[in-house]
Ligand binder design. Sequence first.
Ligand SMILES: [Ca+2]
Length: 150
Amino acid sequence: MMRLIVLLSIALAQYAYGCPNGYHSHNGSCYAAVGVRSTWPNAYSFCKSLNGSLAIVDTESERDYLHQFLNNRFGSKFVYYWVGATNLADGSWMWAESTRPVDNLHWSSGYPTDGSNSQHCLQMVVAHHYYFGDNNCEAKNAFVCETQDA
Ligand SMILES: [Ca+2]
């Protein structure tokens, strides 16, 4: 009985707030900021364990929102945040688990720093308006997960 009540409470909470526990709702998506520096593969797995993905930043307005959201949450504590794209497949930047290219590939000044050899994962660069930068996938960054708002 207790188990049923707990399950119902979780279901109701999700219904009430739209986003799963720990996520914040914005414009049809849900975002969770994770302030634990992790490699890109570990960040990717962690977001999947939260039923989401690393954030897919499709538009400038979504980037602006993440800028505000992450800045409110962590200030200048982190210099980079992983997002959900790599160029591992064929050297072009794609959102993970899709065949969708990164359309708004707005690089931070000085990026990409490594055309194709060792920096295959995409991050947002805090010091430059959260525009994108490439980095070694084994570097440890904070990150942001995203899922759809139910
Ligand atoms: Ca998105």
